[in-house]
Design a protein around this ligand. Structure first.
Ligand code: KE4
Length: 453
């Protein structure tokens, strides 16, 4: 029976949702309508409470409604919500991003991760004068036409449209190779010498479930890109400020040519950004010929929520309101008493997330349920499979029906996981040891029920 809320939603909104994955198609049933959140919890329209590991698909690393962020938004609103002209706080957030990401000399704010990657592709094609782009099978970079492609057949792995409406002629300019396969990239660099504008990847995949980079893979992509004059675009929309304050580039020690960001950067408000070497970014209008624009780009509310979020990540303490206003974060290496690092935040996230990983693995072992967990910092995925998950093919081999049953069981016990085997769950600084214990307890019960049925 379709609930009244979903029926009403479907009357006015295509599919009843404003983003497909929210429709619960991968897990069955109807989407839960959320009415409010606070800290690590959300409540649905029936008043049911859940421990939230969706975190709005990644942005809410501080949990819902952090008092400092709410206060900052209230204060910003009183001065106005949007002016369509430069404001000082845009510069302030840009400065903090450039401090956190060595690759970013200058950047441009946009309103979503899709806008960020779409714009970065255009810029890379303009800067290199080349048309081909390379992406990894299973990586998702938003819904721009050139990135909605799937691996075609044959060695060249020419893209074929991944969605109706994407012109085949455009899809053919996107080459798709396996994630974690440096040899495939080396081969395509040779076969398409001088034709590839950029390679774009998630250094830690989060959109086929979480898959960490294989040892040496990122270094090989970096070296081959440099050798062949290909721009290396690291899509840090999900990993930025998630797997380290300086994202995957800090965690794995490499520097991309362009970086795309979103999610945490906006503290829960719509934001995206793309940035990199100034000689590349200077090609953007109005200084250069490459056009990109946006009515609400850099809007004060998202900028202020972003500044507060980054500041709180640099000054996290166990009592949320106690964090004093802190100067911008330094990287752990450059930290000093005057320039706090975000180390305490990421140590806390690591402690909570590793506890969750260990608990879930123990619960699965007790139930005799073969699972694998891939985790990088506070993002992880529980895969229903006996085999390691290292690329798209091994992710697709997982038992999605088993995941769906687990998801529904956990939901019934007040634990909100992402509604797809191919997504990441996120631990926030608002989660507690008690949340983790309750989650593991629920998993133990559900996995036991799955075993007995
Ligand atoms: P948005 O356009 O959704 O802000 O960002 C697109 C994007 C780009 N790059 C990466 C690595 C991303 O993970 C995303 C968006 N992530 C999905 C969750 N897997 C957003 C959730 C949704 O589509 O509703």
């Amino acid at each position: 029976m379709t609930s009244r809320l979903f029926q009403q939603a479907r009357r006015y909104i295509a599919g009843g949702v404003n983003s497909p994955v929210r429709a619960f198609r991968a897990v069955g049933g109807e989407p839960v309508f959320i009415r409010r959140g606070a800290g690590s919890r959300v409540w649905d329209s029936e008043g049911r409470e859940y421990i939230d590991y969706l975190g709005s698909w990644g942005p809410l690393i501080l949990g819902h409604c952090h008092p400092r962020i709410i206060a900052a938004l209230e204060e910003t609103c009183e001065a106005g919500t949007s002016f369509g002209m430069p404001t000082e706080i845009e510069t302030e957030l840009a400065r903090r991003v450039a401090e956190a990401f060595r690759a970013v000399e200058t950047l441009r704010f946009v309103n979503s991760g899709t806008e960020a990657t779409m714009s970065a592709l255009r810029l890379a094609r303009a800067f290199t004068g080349r048309e081909l782009i390379v992406k990894m099978a299973g990586c998702y970079h938003g819904h721009a036409d050139s990135l909605l492609v799937k691996a075609g057949s044959g060695v060249a792995t020419f893209g074929i449209a991944g969605s109706p409406g994407v012109p085949e002629a455009l899809a053919a300019l996107t080459l798709t190779i396996p994630f974690n396969d440096a040899g495939a990239f080396e081969k395509i660099c040779e076969n398409k010498r001088g034709e590839i504008a950029c390679v774009i990847l998630e250094a830690v995949a989060g959109n086929m479930g979480v898959i960490p980079p294989a040892r040496g893979w990122l270094e090989a992509i970096r070296e081959l890109s440099t050798r062949h004059g290909i721009l290396f675009i690291c899509d840090e929309v999900m990993t930025g400020f998630r797997v380290a304050f300086g994202g995957a580039q800090e965690r794995y020690g490499f520097t991309a040519d362009l970086v795309t960001m979103g999610k945490i950067l906006g503290g829960g408000l719509p934001v995206g950004a793309y940035g990199g070497r100034s000689d590349i970014m200077d090609q953007l209008a109005p200084d250069g010929p490459v056009y990109q624009a946006g009515t609400l780009s850099g809007n004060p509310l998202a900028m202020r929520a972003g500044i507060e979020t980054l500041e709180l990540l640099c000054s996290w303490t166990s009592s949320p309101t106690a964090s004093p206003a802190a100067p911008p974060c330094a990287s752990p290496a450059a930290a000093s008493p005057a320039r706090p690092s975000a180390a305490a935040s990421y140590d806390r996230l690591e402690a909570l997330a590793s506890g969750l990983e260990e608990g879930l693995l123990a619960a699965a072992a007790e139930a005799g349920e073969p699972v694998k967990i891939n985790r990088v910092g506070s993002m992880m995925t529980l895969f229903f499979t006996r085999h390691p998950v290292t690329d798209y093919d091994s992710a697709l081999a997982c038992d999605t029906d088993r995941f769906a049953a687990f998801f529904r069981g956990m939901l019934s016990r007040g634990v909100f996981l992402p509604p797809s085997q191919f997504e990441a769950l996120f631990v926030s600084l608002a989660h507690t040891e008690e949340d983790i214990d309750r989650t593991v307890e629920a998993a133990r019960a559900i996995l036991g029920e799955l075993r007995d049925h």
